[in-house]
Design a protein around this ligand. Structure first.
Ligand SMILES: Nc1nc2c(ncn2[C@@H]2O[C@H](COP(=O)(O)OP(=O)(O)OP(=O)(O)O)[C@@H](O)[C@H]2O)c(=O)[nH]1
Ligand SMILES: [Mg+2]
Length: 678
């Protein structure tokens, strides 16, 4: 394999709004360079870049693809990125390792939301941008109007390097400003072209534009500017020498017109990229931190290797494929590198150059290049691999937070483990996808960038891990709070022996979902409300409530109790009780014949269902702490147990406090056997 010096490598990401022709542009480049014999098409799902099933049947790009070719002695590493915002993580990773961004804009549609976004990301990454205005073979394109719109968005310094001569169906000629020529492309999609001097009206136009171009180039450098003023222009040699710097400094943003579908205008674009495009040498030093967290610089000519993993992908037959860019040193098959993020050593396996799914194995790659390696043990997107002699960690890409959530439902029992490992692998592959098991909702919540993203994730999970999952709407995590004070009644009722729960009615207390979900009306608690709460005696501390899901939150706030209330559909819902203050539950009860019979006059073990100091079922002890607010509540009485009186100071909106969470030994069972469990 040919070795390329860093100066001969062109790493770039093709980014832009959805369906602007990025994939076709990369296909046209591969065809022009002779990597493929015939251009594939999106409709037939035969492009090199979009080779995954989910890309072919949706006819959109879903993941970034790496391709390479040689043009004018330079190696192009092309990263074709998806345009849909749902898959933005792919574009962000590619922009991070690219030396410039090729931003595709559809000639009919102009600048889209996606165009603005990638422009912003490329600017944040500090890489130059080039614009490709694509699809001039379409009807009703208006070059001047679209150029004006682009300039409105990205500034007046967007400069057309080529102009469509015969836009519309049959488009095959462009005016080439640097060369003052009209380029005529072959209509066989080979990308071949012939050049002729511009004549007539086109000659005047190109001359004018050529002057403007030279002026822009002169602005990039003081010495050139002086020459420009001295001589009234620049020689071809001078302006050609300055064009690279001008693009690097973004004195102007070059714009090219193409029809990627027909491979028109692409070859000259590749010429400009090969001659004047950014190479790794233009960003020879990158910042990172060493093993102690001190800032350091990694230089292209450092001998110790530093690799940044910008993408990982699990492939059938191959296992995990990690895409990397080398920022220093060289990487060789069989070498050992240290993963500073995972603090583990990785042995480098087969190294590949990729063209979509076609892999070419190479023994090594040197600084500046991009490749992929298989089967790293514990290396994920965003990790840095380096020599154990010099530890380096490169800054990670700042991925956007997910903005859509769904609940993942397993359709087949027993697949939970497979689903869990699949979700973990997918998260490591795509950091913009997150998941969690919500113990409150008892649902697995998956979060992603958009609906399409969620669908693709679920599809990957099904296909790759062979599991049966559906996406459903997640439940809403409401909060209950107690809004008013009131007396409570304790209707005599049978108490489930297993629960030993005091059925305590909170129907006098109105509850309201607090702050979660819009417009949830106040719901009075039904008679069963609070049936999971019970009074216990703490050992010499407080008496408090015990429940099934106690959770103490930081800052002294305690949440985690559930009120049970019947919703409109008749089912029972339980939401955490929050924003209320429960000082202490003072009375101690047993709520049933069974408990009463087992009452322990000496009290002690709260887990037994008998409470400290309790002498018989249904009786009570006076409060240790009585807030004295006069709001007593009646004890449940049955089977001869005495009625008692306690105080349940459930106050309004309080800053809150403790309640002493203790785990019940057994899970409290639902009281109504037939009641659906939420
Ligand atoms: N007429 C015409 N159609 C084009 C051209 N380039 C792309 N298309 C069509 O536009 C559609 C989208 O093209 P893609 O190359 O997939 O666009 P993309 O930007 O890669 O799309 P995403 O990656 O999904 O964002 C396909 O149907 C292409 O055939 C072009 O130059 N002329
Ligand atoms: Mg695409």
């Amino acid at each position: 394999m040919k070795e390329y010096k860093p100066g001969d490598i062109r790493n770039f990401a093709i980014v832009g709004h959805a369906s602007s022709g990025k994939t076709m542009l990369s296909e046209a480049m591969l065809e022009a360079a002779g990597v493929i014999n015939r251009m594939g098409s999106i409709a037939a799902g035969s492009t090199v870049s979009d080779y995954h099933d989910n890309e072919q049947h949706r006819q959109i790009s879903v993941s970034a693809s790496l391709m390479h070719l040689e043009w004018l002695g330079k190696k192009f590493n092309i990263l074709d990125c998806p345009g849909y915002a749902d898959f933005i993580s792919e574009g962000l990773g590619a922009l991070r390792v690219g030396d410039f961004a090729l931003i595709a804009i559809h000639a009919n549609h102009g600048v889209g939301v996606g165009t603005d976004a990638v422009w912003k990301y490329a600017t944040e990454d500090g890489i130059p941008k080039m614009i490709v205005l694509n699809a001039f073979d379409k009807e009703e394109t208006d070059f001047e109007k679209t150029l004006a719109q682009i300039r409105e968005h990205f500034g007046e310094r967007v400069f057309p390097m080529t102009i469509p001569v015969n836009p519309g169906p049959g488009f095959n000629q462009v005016l080439d400003v640097p060369r003052n020529e009209i380029i005529t492309y072959a209509t066989d999609k080979s990308g071949k072209f012939t050049a002729a001097k511009a004549t007539g009206e086109w000659a005047e136009r190109v001359e004018d534009l050529h002057k403007q171009l030279i002026e822009l180039i002169a602005e990039s450098d003081d010495a050139l500017m002086e020459k420009f003023f001295d001589k009234g222009g620049l020689s071809e040699e001078e302006w050609r020498a300055g064009i690279h710097t001008a693009i690097q400094k973004q004195v102007f943003t070059p714009l090219f017109v193409t029809s990627a579908e027909n491979n028109i205008g692409v070859a000259r674009l590749m010429d400009i990229i090969a001659k004047y495009g950014s190479s790794p040498v233009d960003r020879a030093k990158v910042k990172g931190v060493d093993g102690d967290g001190n800032p350091i610089e990694v230089s292209l000519d450092d001998p110790d290797p530093v690799l940044y993993i910008f993408k990982t992908m699990s492939e059938a037959q191959f296992g995990e494929l990690s895409f990397f860019r080398i920022y220093a040193g060289a990487v060789k098959f069989g070498s050992e590198l240290y993963n500073t993020d995972r603090r583990s050593t990785e042995k480098i396996g087969q190294i590949y150059l990729l063209n979509g799914k076609t892999r070419t194995s190479v023994p090594s790659l040197s600084a500046g290049d991009i490749g992929a390696v298989v089967k790293l043990k514990d290396t994920h997107t965003g990790n840095t691999l380096c020599s154990p002699r010099r530890l380096v960690s490169l800054p990670k890409v700042d991925y956007p937070k997910p903005n859509i959530h769904a609940s993942l439902r397993s359709a087949v029992k027993g697949e939970e483990d497979k689903i869990a490992s699949g979700l973990a692998a997918l998260h490591h592959e795509d950091p913009t996808f997150l998941y969690m098991v919500d113990s409150e909702l008892r649902q697995t919540i998956v979060s992603a960038q958009g609906e399409l993203h969620l669908e693709v994730i679920a599809e990957r999970l099904r296909k790759r891990y062979n599991v049966h999952v559906d996406l459903i709407e997640p439940r809403v995590r409401y909060r209950e709070t107690i809004k008013t004070k009131g007396d409570s009644k304790y209707p005599p009722q049978k108490t489930d022996r297993r629960c030993r729960t005091i059925r305590r009615s909170l129907d006098a207390h109105r509850t309201q979902a607090a702050g979660y979900g819009p417009g949830v009306p106040s719901v009075p608690c039904g008679p069963k409300c609070g049936s999971r709460l019970r009074a216990v005696s703490g050992k010499g501390r407080h008496e408090g409530l015990r429940g099934r899901y106690p959770r103490r939150l930081p800052g002294g706030r305690c949440e985690g109790r559930f009120l049970r209330r019947q919703d409109a559909s008749g089912g029972f819902q339980r939401y955490r009780l929050s924003d209320c203050r429960i000082l202490c539950l003072q009375r101690i009860f047993h709520g049933g014949a069974a408990n009463a019979a087992r009452a322990d006059p000496h009290g002690g073990n709260p887990h037994s269902g008998r409470l400290h100091g309790q002498s018989d079922g249904g009786s009570f002890q006076p409060a240790r702490e009585d807030p004295g607010d006069g709001h007593g509540w009646r004890l449940p009485t049955h089977q001869g147990a005495r009625a008692g009186k306690g105080t349940l100071p459930l106050l309004e909106h309080p800053p809150l406090t403790h309640w002493w969470p203790r785990r019940t030994r057994r899970r409290i069972q639902p009281l109504r056997r037939n009641a659906p469990r939420s």
